[in-house]
Structure formats: structure tokens, C-alpha cells
Write a new protein. Sequence first.
Length: 588
Amino acid sequence: MKKILDLITEEMEKAFGKAGYDGKYGRVTVSNRPDLCEYQCNGAMAAAKEYHKAPIMIASDVVEALADTEVLAEAQAVSPGFINLKISSSFLSGYLNDMHKEERLGYEKVKEPETIMIDYGGPNVAKPLHVGHLRSAIIGESVKRIARFAGHKVIGDVHLGDWGLQMGLIIMELKERKPDLPYFDPDFQDAYPKEAPFTIAELEEIYPAASARSKEDTAYKDAAMKATFELQQGHRGYQALLKHILNVSVSDLKRNYANLNVDFDLWKGESDAQPYIPDMVRKMKDEGYAYESDGALVVDIKEETDTKEVPPCMILKSDGASLYTTTDLATLVERMKLYHPRRIVYVVDKRQEMHFVQVFRCAKKCGLVEADTDLKFLGFGTMNGKDGKAFKTREGGVMRLEYLLSDINEEMLKKIRESRPMSDEEAGEIAKVVGLSAVKYGDLSNQASKDYIFDIERFTSSEGNTGPYILYTIVRIKSILKKYEEQAGAVLEAPILAEENESGRALMRELARFNAVMENAYEELAPHKICAYIYDLANAFNKFYHETSILGTEDEHVKKSRIQLLVLTRRVLETCIGLLGFEAPERM
RNA sequence: GCACCUGUAGCUCAGCUGGAUAGAGCACGGGCCUCCGACGCCCGGUGUCGCAAGUUCGAAUCUUGUCAGGUGCACCA
């Protein structure tokens, strides 16, 4: 369906043309002065320059030319040259009826779907998720859903940190603790055991222990580096151990991400890109892009428009080892080969922007991706505590994600108990669902690129611009609809009729914005635009609800229409929170 | 040192492809449940839009300078 603003704009364009002006001035926006009008067109003021005419005269001409439109109920030229518009209520209700008939609520799929990869999550194996992983997961998941809803083929890749010294450290520590394991026996020829020789809990303890020791014990660190090297060279026992580490870690990670309602299509990691490195490096050398500098292999990526020094992109260290950049470049090679995406979005801490600028430039310059492959860095800011500094535990450490979530659930449970009596089991379930909305909405309602303050008290409150407030509104609608079903037997199809009071009109105008908001949220990869929209919509609904008796409506047609309006509002809200990555309970 | 990002009400944040009186929420004060969920709704005050110039009929929005805070600047990831 066309966007409602475009439909009104078309009317204005025609009117500008009819009055003898260029139609391009006809653009209509939602009014920023709701006390004066519903929609507005400011084109007359821009046109004044071209036609050397007072803006108010142009505006008056246009309004006159508008006389016979069915779209608008009122149009008024106001000094200095605003054109104030009021939409026709039958046109508006007609628009909503069309929208209600469509499964996608009038949001059209893109005409040419593209393959888009979203790189988000980025956890490290053998390490628990901590609060630093939260934003990437939440934002990435939402962006993935938004892009998919736009009609694209979207692939979410968790891109595990499963390569490098950390692996060598784990292997060394394991060797110290359990030297008799067959993985360390060079003469062992049989198949290795299927069972991992450790649990996730042990693994999570082993890594920090090994990491701490390597900082003091250089011989130990050297051994770990050797183990890393041997692993990378294909050491049979170590490879088998890596598989165990991956399996144990990934199943734990999946459980954790499932709690966040986050899921990935691909569970690939840095290690998967390693086989692509040798050929890639050779190609870069052969084609003359890579050269030696201070013993390291680098590629120049300066551009004329740079306002500062951009250091060359390092491909191999002076000792010949690969590094972060190498892996990311090789991952691009792998992705192009296996999935051939048109676009890749990296949802990563914004502090890594420089690194990705280097990777993107290098990949383009060396032809690892095509010239029109869109590599997009979606950087997010830091999650801070109430003091405005990086979020920490009371002891000053990094907080595990599980603990953060259980804190939220506890707070939510407390609030639920205060409000409504229900069984422990139900309260617990609802706390989980509502708690997740609190965390996700709290994060997504801010612009991703900015730092934000994580405030449990504020996020879990159902007052104000919060997840629980949105859910409350949905639950309230569900409750009314349920009551209606009890009375009338079922919610039957019926046309939505025009509402003449202001709160009803306002609600309908909000609903009509849906497809425009979705399109904009996708174009800008901006979940916070959806949050702002549903907050406005929820407010508009609650206002309408308070001013209008719904179940008590005398006229049966009007009553049915209002029920449909509720159904539509619920559909829009639920579609939106689905794109944000959470859902509403039946009651709360 | 160089570069990038941020600076809007007491607090947390929108608005930033220039448009009318700069908006929400929280907090604070007052009102509204014999009636569909009061976790709601209504009413009320709060601003040198960091500062200073410039462009423009018009600037929170664009340009330049400046101040403050944050972040990043090749052999970690």
C-alpha cells in the first residue's frame, strides 16, 4: 500500500500543478502543531523564491486548486505560507480498512530482495556472556528482523571468537590438569572420545585461570603460544579438543541467547575463515596490493578525501602470524563465496570503527568483495551504570549477563506481585516475558550509536516510555477483546467506520503511519524509530480508550467498528514488538 | 598531537534531509475508578537547545570557530 503521506502529497502536487506551480513543492508532513492541523505542507514558502511571489499568495492559490479532493476535508492557507490540512475521515477509515485486510498491514516487500548478512553477537567461546555482549545481541536481532520484514533474505551470523591464543591457553591448562587424556598422546591413533573431557562450568573456570597464570609465567605462556601454533597447523589431538570446546560452549551460548529471544542462522566463527587466509594473502601479494613494512605485510588504504592519517592495513605480523584484520578479511572472502551477500551489516561496539574502516577499504581495494557490496558498520555506544560510567558489578567487575537478567526478573517479579494476585508459576513466567521487554526496549529506544544509562528501576517501570508500558497497553486491549468475545461470542469481521472525536481520529492517524515508519526504520537501520512510534501509538490508544466507551457503545455497527480498531491496534503493536525482539503476555 | 562522536528542562531521552509557541517521560502539585485492566487518563510550572559568529524571509537543525566530556590512533581481539 502507498504511504498515507504520499497519498496526501500526490493531492498537493496536483494542486500545485493546477495552480501553475511546480508539483515538487507539494510534500506533506505530519503536523508539528496538532492544535492547528493534522498534516501540513510548507512548499509554498520554498516556492516563493522561484516565483518571486509572496508565499501566502501561493498557498492561497494551491488551496483554491484543491477544492474537489476526496482525500482532504479541510485545507487552509495561513501566514506566512503554511498550508494546514485535515484529512477526510472517510478516506482515513478507508485506508485503515485496506490496511487491516493485509497480512503485512500495508507494508510492501521490497521489489528486489537482497541477501543481507548481519554480523552480531560476537561472543567468545569458553567465556560466559557478559553485559558487553548485550547490545550487539539486542540491536543485531532487531535489525535482522526489520530487514527480513522489509522482504530481504537475511542471514544472521554469530561470528564466534574461537581463534587465537585463548585456545592455546585452554589446551595448555587442560594438559596440566589432565595429562593422561588421549589428546595429548602423540602416539594415539584411535578415534577420540565423543564425550568432552570437561563441562561448561569447568571450561569457564579454566580459561581465566590459564589467562591469569600466563601473565606471570612466561614459560607457560610460551607453551600456550606453541599449542596455539600447533592447533593452527592442524595438530590432531588439539583439533579434536577445539571441537569439544566449541560444542560445549555453543550449546551453552544457544541456551543463553534463547533466553534473550535471540537466534542465529549461522554459528560460524573466526576459525572457519582460517582456510581462506593463504590464498587471500597470496592474491594480495601477487596483485601488488600488499607489501612489506617494518617486517609486516600491509596494504595501503589511504584515500584523498581523508582528513587525517589512515595507517596501512596490516595483513600479517612481522612473525608471519595472522591477526584480527586478517581473520575479518578472510571471513569476507568466505561469506562472498558461500552466500554472496549484497550487503553486510556489522553490529559492533563503535570503538572498533577504525578497524572496520580499514577492513572495508582493504577488501574493496583488493577485490575481495565486489565494488557494489555494501559493507556497513553499525556501531553502538557503551552501556553505562547510573553514575554514567561503564556498567560494573558492585565489586567493580564485569557482570555476567545471566546475573543481569536475573536481577531484572527479580525486580519485575516484585512489581507484578504488587499489582495483581496470581500463582507463583504464572508470575514467574510473566516476569520473564515482561523483564525481557524492559531490557530490550530500554536499550532499543535509544539511538544505537549513543551511550546510554542502564537503569533497572526506570526500565522495569510501567510508567513512561518503557517496554512494560507498551505491553500493558497490549494486554489491556487483549483483555477488552476477550470480554467482548464472552459477550458477543466472537470477534466478527466488520468495517472500521470513521471516528469523529479527536482522540479517535488521532489514533487512526497513528495507525496509518505504520508502513512509513517501517520503511524508515529499515532504511536507517534504526530500531529506536519503531520504539518512538509504538510509544506514540500506545499513548494515542490509551487516550482514545479513556474518552470512548467501547463495549458500552450503543450502536452495534459503531461497536463492531471500534472492536476492529482495537484488533488493528493490537496487530500493529504486536508486529512492532516482534521486530524489536520481544512479545506480550496474555495478562500481566 | 591528530581524528571522530556527544553536549537540548533537575534527571533520562526524542526532535537534527531548516519552518509556526523546542517536545516526551521521570520527579513535583492537583483532579478522575457504582462503568471496558487506575501498571491508566486529564490539568499544572520548568529551557541562554554548551558558547560565539555566519548563511537564510526563517537555525536546536546547515557552515566556521571555540569550550567541555567521551573514544580511537599498525604487529591484542
